[in-house]
Write a protein that binds this ligand. Structure first.
Ligand code: GAR
Length: 192
């Protein structure tokens, strides 16, 4: 059975991308990361890709704030297809994907979100959970559909909210859980 080829998209520091690439390097995850793409020129995720020797690219997103310009999104499809990507892994990618990506990779794009969806979709979900007085929150991996953080849920991991939590301390605890959950979920897409 051939190895699962993944492409990782992210806009931020890339700690989840690092966790995935570490698991691949340690041969605990039978996948090949063939491409890392960011819409942010100086995103940490691109440095991490370079550190691990994974081909990487900055993709200028165009004039919109929350999505890619259609021509840019078509270019992204081409890049991922050329790299032979089976599964698109969103790791802190802060733009909504539209038809070009959704049609090219049906049921083959997954996202990581820092809450127990369907609670708290959208931005800074840990802040939302804290403000709502939740005692329990967590993280979710789900398929990407046309909505915002609304696709079919694949797996979740629970994280307690502690009495003295600040947004930062809660976010850090959720991110620790994310770095365990995401590689584990990706491994389910790999062959035996
Ligand atoms: C992660 O916490 C992920 O859950 C969140 O971005 C962070 C990326 O961190 N994604 C979303 O909020 C998507 N709606 P990282 O760059 O250190 O991996």
């Amino acid at each position: 059975m051939s190895r699962l080829v993944i492409g990782i998209l992210g806009s931020g520091k890339g700690s989840n991308c690092r966790a995935i690439l570490e698991q691949i390097s340690a041969q605990k995850l039978a996948a090949d990361a063939r491409l890392v793409v960011s819409d942010v020129f100086d995103a940490g995720i691109l440095d991490i890709a370079r550190e691990f020797g994974v081909p990487n690219a900055y993709l200028p997103p165009g004039k919109f704030r929350t999505r890619l310009e259609p021509a840019v999104e078509m270019e992204l499809v081409k890049m991922l297809e050329t790299a032979g990507v089976d599964l698109v892994v969103l790791a802190g990618f802060m733009r909504v994907l539209k038809e070009p990506m959704l049609n090219a990779f049906p049921h083959r794009i997954i996202n990581l979100h820092p809450s127990l969806l369907p609670k708290f979709p959208g931005m800074e979900a840990w802040r939302q959970a804290l403000a709502a007085g939740e005692k329990l929150t967590g993280c979710t991996v789900h398929y990407v559909d046309a909505g915002i953080d609304s696709g079919e849920i694949i797996a979740q991991r629970k994280v307690p909210v502690l009495p003295n939590d600040t947004p930062e301390s809660l976010h850090a605890r959720i991110q620790t859980a994310e770095r365990k959950l995401y590689p584990e979920v990706i491994s389910r897409f790999c062959g035996p």
